[in-house]
Design a protein around this ligand. Structure first.
Ligand SMILES: Cc1cc2nc3c(=O)[nH]c(=O)nc-3n(C[C@H](O)[C@H](O)[C@H](O)COP(=O)(O)OP(=O)(O)OC[C@H]3O[C@@H](n4cnc5c(N)ncnc54)[C@H](O)[C@@H]3O)c2cc1C
Length: 387
């Protein structure tokens, strides 16, 4: 395969967002190069660990709902063209103590957008889905449209479809620097130098290494997920066990039925709050990582709390308000970026690829991305210097 040195658009990072961006750019006839420092797919950034929840009820803000509806459409299209199932429906439950924002705001998003849903208390949830053992007075929203995506396979499907459209993708190549020349962008890697008309940066936890002005607003954080062998496996199949988000005394947790790994998957949002440099992340696993997940599982899903099958380290990239950062670089109209997905971005990656392609090709998008405007942090980002 011939390698050019000049492209319409270069995408830095071929994880979930970058793979989707490369695909949507190629779909629009662009000569596109995607550059990934590790393997494709890899589990060293934010997209490892096999599965990611997708849900329509959106307690973070109802304005995510139209975006997730479009994301669903794009996932269905992608799985059809890939010829493999990427999206696994299970239903979703978002629950917490009465009056908790996870319940109230999930319900509000369903009502505002006319999503079919049921309100169930803890006792009703446990009766209908016996893998659950929530306090009787907890309140939950069950939404039948939820489920999970196979994260690695989604990235592979986007990359494969992009390649079929002529996109060039390089793995094992690290971007060292980029600069805007008069009417071009120059990208230097550990292997070569490339020129492009436009640059899209989708570097996940490494975002601020490419865009230093994001340093205080896109902050990497260590996460750990665990898989525990169910004691009663029939209660934890994708047919019997909806994915969940649960606020409990112990914090906010999420989980999945058994799929791919012989265990129920459980994670705690923000885990131990360990922020830091993604290149210096503690990738070792410690007993306290396992304990916090196992203790929670024993209490709320006792029949899932068998022996540990797997534990994996991953990274969130948090913003101060928990919303994404998507837009054009404040100083360089040729440079677009998508960062700060704050632990809930994967499900949107299909539409974020479309949005990034809109911004790169047309300079605007018809999707409502006001919530993600990079300028909302302008006083914080300005202090970080010129780029
Ligand atoms: C444990 C965990 C559970 C999660 N659960 C959910 C969930 O259930 N549902 C959901 O919607 N979201 C979830 N998320 C969030 C979601 O996974 C992330 O928002 C999403 O994966 C972010 O994608 P990304 O493309 O920004 O980052 P990544 O997928 O990490 O991609 C960034 C890529 O850029 C590459 N890169 C960086 N710098 C360079 C460079 N200099 N040169 C070349 N390449 C570079 C990296 O190697 C990496 O591959 C979860 C995240 C974690 C960690």
């Amino acid at each position: 395969m011939s390698s050019r040195s000049h492209y319409d658009t270069i995408v830095i990072g071929v994880g979930s967002m970058g793979s989707a961006a490369v695909y949507h750019l190629a779909r629009r006839g662009q000569n596109v190069l995607g550059i990934e420092q590790f393997d494709i797919p890899n589990d060293l950034g934010s997209s490892g660990g096999m599965t990611r929840i997708i849900r329509l009820s959106y307690h973070e803000d109802p304005s995510y709902v139209p975006l997730v509806i479009r994301a669903f459409e794009l996932w269905r299209e992608l799985q059809e063209s890939a010829g493999e199932q990427l999206l696994h429906p299970t239903g979703s439950i978002h629950a917490g103590p009465p009056g908790s924002p996870i319940f109230e705001a999930s319900l509000r998003s369903c009502r505002e957008h006319g999503l079919s849903h049921e309100v169930l208390n803890g006792a009703e949830i446990s009766k209908r889905f016996p893998g659950y053992r929530l306090p009787n007075d907890h309140m939950g929203v069950y939404q039948e449209g939820g489920g999970f995506l196979l994260a690695d396979r989604c990235i592979v499907a986007h990359v494969t479809a992009a390649q079929a459209l002529g996109a060039e993708i390089h793995a094992g190549e690290k971007v060292l620097d980029w600069e805007v020349l008069a009417d071009k962008v120059r990208v230097e890697t550990d292997r070569s130098i490339y020129l492009a008309e436009k640059l899209v940066i989708a570097a996940g936890p490494w975002a601020s290494k490419q865009i230093p002005l994001l340093a205080s607003v896109a902050v990497p954080e260590r996460q750990v997920v665990g898989w525990f062998q169910p004691l009663r496996p029939k209660l934890f199949t994708p047919e019997a066990f909806p994915v969940f988000g649960l606020v409990a005394e112990e914090g906010r947790f999420y989980g999945f039925p058994v799929f791919g790994v012989p265990g129920v998957k459980v994670g705690k949002y923000h885990h131990f709050g360990e922020e830091g440099d993604p290149d210096e992340l503690d990738r070792d696993l410690h007993s306290r990582d396992e304990d916090v997940l196992k203790t929670f599982t024993k209490r709320y899903f006792p029949n899932a709390a068998g022996p540990t099958m797997a534990l994996k380290v991953c990274m969130f990239t948090n913003t101060p308000d928990g919303h994404f950062i998507i837009g054009t670089h404040p100083d360089h109209a040729q440079v677009m970026f998508a960062a700060g997905f704050s632990g809930h971005g994967f499900k949107f990656s299909s539409i974020i690829g479309e949005i990034l392609a809109d911004l790169a090709v047309a300079g605007e998008t018809s999707h409502n991305i006001r919530l993600f405007d990079p300028r909302r942090f302008s006083s914080a980002t300005r202090e970080q210097g010129q780029r």
